[in-house]
Write a protein that binds this ligand. Structure first.
Ligand SMILES: Nc1ncnc2c1ncn2[C@@H]1O[C@H](COP(=O)(O)OP(=O)(O)OP(=O)(O)O)[C@@H](O)[C@H]1O
Length: 329
């Protein structure tokens, strides 16, 4: 029998003619942080809603800690802590009260809930607002502090599976870093974590595995290094185009170096090349800039973002034209 805390197989869900999840498979084991990445509308929240029993699948299966979610949603839900994408309703509560109540609802003693809430407030650096009440007009607590409080509510008690849907929305850079460290700690303490995010660059630091969704389908899955899929010696040349400017790399014959992968995202063009060609690449990009064909350029090691954008661009290309023309704008 599988030891996974979450096992999703062939999961399918439609909304009218929109196929929001199309035979999705993924697995989260204890101690593992799995990132679920995808553009807006890729089907991430639809998947989460089915895992927590808020939406009934049209096909496939979901098991949480071995329990069939479709047959027994109430039992399955007790094994999951969810931080939803929408802001948690905190009106009238202080962060302390909200986090303690979440712990008590999960069976913690008053004393344990209190000390766990205190420890999380310190860990996330929100102690300053710990005793401040959220007001119904959205006042009292900022959006970021509300988001961090909701995260602490999901993280306060040990559960087999923690699901975080865009936990860093509205959170400042310093506290985002703290939040990611806490996500990693939850995994290291033994929980399985499913982390839904758009933030590929930050997620790369904490996830063990990644699943990329595009238009309801899994288009890539694996560890960050498997997904990067390029040699450590590969580099990324990023060209910043002028507004409405031509893309000088659009025709391969115009590019003086071999390009392993080319992805366009709006006014950014990401070219993957060998480190051996770095000098020639910089010379070419410098000329392009001098001739005002591009606004600027940067040369850096390949990151997971390149692989993510390539995977989603590939999926777009499959349904439109050739890969060379794939462009997310
Ligand atoms: N209740 C609904 N009724 C109709 N269509 C829906 C509903 N919920 C989701 N969809 C559609 O299903 C698709 C997947 O939406 P979903 O919210 O799961 O994407 P997402 O990856 O979570 O996006 P985001 O990153 O913007 O939150 C989209 O095309 C969306 O418009």
């Amino acid at each position: 029998m599988s030891d996974a805390v979450l096992e999703v197989e062939a999961l399918s869900r439609r909304f009218g003619s929109v196929v929001a999840n199309d035979h999705v498979a993924l697995r989260v084991r204890p101690g593992e942080v799995v990132g679920l990445l995808g553009h807006n509308g890729a089907g991430k929240t639809t998947l989460v809603s089915q895992v927590v029993g808020l939406l009934r699948p049209h096909g496939g299966s979901i098991r949480v800690a071995g329990v069939d979610v479709i047959a027994d949603p109430a039992t399955a839900r007790r094994c999951v802590a969810l931080q939803a994408q929408a802001q948690a309703p905190l009106d009238g509560l202080t962060p302390r009260a909200a986090i303690e109540i979440a712990g008590r609802l999960r069976g913690m003693s008053q004393a344990d809930a209190r000390s766990a809430a205190r420890a999380l407030a310190d860990e996330l650096d929100i102690s300053e607002w710990f005793e401040r009440r959220a007001t119904p007009d959205g006042g009292g607590l900022s959006g970021g502090v509300r988001r961090l409080t909701a995260f602490a509510m999901a993280a306060v008690a040990p559960v087999p599976l923690v699901i975080l849907d865009e936990p860093t929305n509205d959170v400042d850079a310093a506290r985002r870093r703290r939040l990611w460290e806490t996500v990693r700690r939850l995994g290291d303490d033994g929980a399985g974590v499913l982390l839904v995010t758009h933030n590929v660059v930050e997620a790369e630091r904490v996830v063990d595995e990644l699943v990329v969704l595009d238009r309801g389908k899994v288009v890539a899955a694996g560890s960050p290094s498997q997904l990067r899929g390029t040699s450590d010696r590969d580099l990324r040349l990023e060209l910043s185009l002028h507004p409405d400017g031509d893309d000088p790399s659009a025709a391969p014959a115009d590019v003086p170096i071999p390009i392993a992968r080319r992805v366009r995202v709006g006014r950014r063009v990401l070219l993957t090349l060998s480190a051996a060609d770095a000098e020639a690449a910089v010379a070419w990009a410098t000329t392009l800039r001098s001739n005002e064909r591009i606004e600027g350029y940067a040369l850096a090691p390949v990151t997971l973002e390149d692989a993510y954008l390539a995977a989603t661009a590939d999926a777009a290309a499959d349904s439109t034209a050739t890969r060379e023309e794939a462009a997310h704008v």
